[in-house]
Design a protein around this ligand. Structure first.
Ligand code: 4NP
Length: 155
């Protein structure tokens, strides 16, 4: 049974698809499964935003085959770790948690690098194209920390 990790943002088209692709690239696929979802369902079934696809491609990752889906309550049963991009995502996910064990699975992703600071991965959707580059860098750095932690704990 692989260890299962879910990346969550609002739309599941900009930040969490990048987080999914980046963490996947740092972990052996026989042991770890990485997925992503959005707290909102407006983009369900869509490819990641073109700007995320291009940013990932420029860094050697193909995220074009991902499809957006909405976070659902049963994800608390399916996943071992749930990483959210910002405080609003955290509130929305925690509101669906059935119990304390489920809540403990949820972390604001940048707290893995900067504990207890509740720093946010900014939403690049309405911003300049270089916002996607800085989001990629933030996620790449924190996914190094997460991958090392998960590998030392689970393999
Ligand atoms: P994401 O960005 O949460 O990083 O996928 C967004 C994408 C779409 C919308 C908001 C944020 N939207 O409102 O459609």
């Amino acid at each position: 049974m692989p260890v299962k990790i879910l990346m969550v943002c609002l739309g599941n088209i900009c930040r969490s698809p990048l987080a999914e692709g980046i963490l996947q690239s740092k972990l052996p696929s026989e042991l770890f499964l990485v997925d992503s979802a959005g707290t909102g369902g407006w983009h369900a079934g869509e490819q990641p935003d073109k700007r995320s696809i291009v940013t990932a491609k420029n860094r050697g990752l193909d995220i074009s085959k991902q499809r957006a889906r909405q976070f659902k309550k049963s994800d608390f049963d399916s996943f071992d770790y749930i990483y959210v991009m910002d405080r609003s995502n955290y509130q929305n996910v925690i509101a669906l948690a059935p119990n304390e064990l489920a809540k403990e699975k949820v972390s604001i992703i940048l707290n893995e690098s900067f504990p207890t600071q509740n720093l946010e991965v900014p939403d690049p959707y309405y911003g300049e194209p270089d916002g996607f580059e800085s989001v990629f860098d933030l996620l790449d750095n924190v996914c190094n920390v997460i991958a090392e932690k998960l590998k030392s704990k689970h393999q």
